[in-house]
Design a protein around this ligand. Structure first.
Ligand SMILES: [Cu+2]
Length: 120
């Protein structure tokens, strides 16, 4: 009876250890996903951005894809300025946003094209 109890207790402890290890692994995975930087795609179609605004986290990247029939020049004169240069049809250029704030992104060739990027 004592032997059976000991064996039962041992396996229960082992099961708890395996469960604890499993929970730790899941938490680690969730933590990694929560802190992983994301990439958001914004397309240019018909001389416009396919979104008027996006909200991202600091460290995230925006892929600007020219899905239009004309060239574009994505840039920003805001507090975190950048200029991706001329983008040919079908071309994608990326911009990583490291600083929090709201930035207006425009096209130097088409002044009506505007995108608000909120970085949290
Ligand atoms: Cu343009």
């Amino acid at each position: 009876m004592t032997g059976l109890f000991t064996r039962f207790s041992k396996s229960k402890i082992q099961r708890r250890q395996i469960l604890a290890l499993f929970v730790a692994l899941i938490l680690l995975l969730l933590g990694t996903l929560a802190f992983a930087a994301a990439t958001v795609t914004v397309k240019q179609i018909d001389k416009a951005f396919d979104k008027t605004s996006i909200s991202i986290k600091a460290g995230d990247t925006v892929d600007f894809t020219n899905a239009d029939t004309v060239a574009h020049n994505i840039m920003s004169r805001s507090a975190d300025p950048f200029n991706l240069g001329i983008m040919k049809v079908g071309e994608t250029k990326s911009r990583k946003f490291d600083h929090a704030g709201t930035f207006e992104v425009v096209c130097a060739l088409h002044p009506r094209m505007k995108l608000s990027v909120e970085v949290k």
